[in-house]
Design a protein around this ligand. Structure first.
Ligand SMILES: [Zn+2]
Ligand SMILES: [Zn+2]
Length: 123
């Protein structure tokens, strides 16, 4: 897939935000609505395949956020989509299981879901 201006626009949008975005949110926030929703979904799938983004499912919607060079995981609030960084401690565990099954690991992802302090107070 080519790095078109449209792809760059989506990546810039994800770079500027600290919250995961759904395809609908990306659609709303793109400056000129040149891309339809299905193009955005296809682009996000391509980004995901290339390891550029992580996909998280919340409330039956897929949310996307950029992968950082420094590998880590996130806690994501189901109420307001606020994200908290978490160091990765999975490699050691995953390696052991992989060895046992002669499994070759390429990558992993993991997201922890819940409610932030202010969203808990609203419940
Ligand atoms: Zn929250
Ligand atoms: Zn990890």
């Amino acid at each position: 897939m080519r790095m078109t201006n449209q792809r760059k626009e989506i990546l810039n949008l994800l770079k500027k935000t600290s919250q995961p975005k759904s395809a609908e949110m990306i659609f709303e926030e793109l400056p000129d609505h040149t891309m339809n929703l299905s193009t955005i979904y296809r682009t996000m799938d391509a980004f995901f395949q290339e390891g550029l983004i992580t996909k998280s499912n919340m409330n039956n919607t897929s949310y996307y956020y950029l992968n950082h060079k420094h590998h880590h995981h996130y806690l994501i609030c189901l109420g307001c989509q606020k994200m908290y960084e978490m160091d990765c401690h999975l490699d050691h565990i995953a390696d052991e299981v992989a060895k046992h099954h002669h499994f070759k690991i390429t990558h992993h992802d993991m997201t922890v879901y819940g409610y932030c302090e202010s969203c808990q107070q609203k419940m």
